[in-house]
Write a protein that binds this ligand. Structure first.
Ligand code: IPE
Ligand code: IPE
Ligand code: MG
Length: 251
């Protein structure tokens, strides 16, 4: 029986086509310096800018950044509202720069939870950068992998009510178009900064076969050299997708 867990087996290269990052460690970066956690988030924005530029230069086609998880609402209210303000400020400030660099911005997640102003700003930034081809930058905001699978299931069944009566007809290919990142190939490389080794409900469906890289470096300290180090590690992986090493060498 043939049942593949990846949409398409990607050709391996030294630079990932799709890089997904959990930007973690802002709070600890600040605490270590006796600064408020918010200072870490502010610094984190500089890393975002640096990494977008480096990815565009190195030839990454899709960069996906986890900015706010569906679980992050559990943080103190003042930190949550600071993060929202920072998101809005950064969108306003960076829109032109992103566009000039050929970056197409997409935001995925349950966006209806955000205030109307932020939702409008997101729509505006997406429209402003649509059609840019150098790099597709996806910001995952109020995103959760489980939410994604559920929203995709709901939308699939709404579009194809006949499937409710014939659930056997549902396969991976029928669900995939409804996932939030259906426009992108699955991530080749996942990076998590900040020392934790977990996925934290990020792209759980899409990362079934992604190479996982963890570094202790806090996100505000993550620079292009650190990125290139991760790519160096990635280059050494043998992506087998279920096959044997010998089979790969033959092909
Ligand atoms: C990641 O840094 C940023 C967000 C989750 C928004 P953290 O704020 O989680 O930093 P640590 O893990 O507390 O150091
Ligand atoms: C994950 O970071 C989400 C983002 C980076 C936005 P957290 O720091 O919130 O993750 P957990 O909850 O500690 O796993
Ligand atoms: Mg954290």
């Amino acid at each position: 029986m043939q049942s593949s867990s990846t949409q398409i087996i990607p050709t391996s290269g030294s630079v990932p086509t799709h890089l997904a990052i959990v930007m973690d460690g802002n709070g600890r970066w600040a605490t270590k310096r006796h600064l408020p956690r918010t200072a870490g988030h502010l610094r984190g924005v500089q890393s975002v800018r640096r990494i977008i530029e480096a990815c565009a230069e190195l030839g990454v086609s899709y960069l996906t950044l986890f900015a706010f998880s569906s679980e992050n609402w559990r943080r103190p209210a003042d930190e949550v509202s600071m993060l929202m303000r920072l998101f809005m400020k950064s969108l306003r400030k960076e829109m032109k720069n992103l566009s000039e660099r050929g970056v197409c911005l997409r935001v995925v997640g349950e966006l209806t939870a955000f205030n109307a102003e932020l939702q409008e700003l997101i729509a505006e930034a997406e429209a402003h950068t649509a059609g840019n081809k150098v790099l597709t930058l996806t910001i995952a905001a109020n995103y959760g992998g489980r939410w994604d699978i559920l929203q995709a299931t709901r939308r699939m069944l709404a579009a194809h009510p006949e499937l409710s009566a014939q659930p056997d007809l549902i396969n991976e290919a029928s669900l995939a178009p409804y996932l939030a990142m259906a426009y992108a190939p699955e991530p080749d490389l996942f990076i998590r900064t900040g020392g934790e080794q977990r996925i934290s409900n990020f792209l759980i469906w899409q990362m079934a076969y992604t190479e996982l890289y963890f570094t202790d470096t806090y996100w505000p300290d993550f620079d292009s050299a650190a990125l290139e180090q991760a790519f160096e590690w990635y280059k050494g992986r043998e992506r087998r997708f279920g096959r044997t090493s010998a089979q790969l060498k033959q092909a």
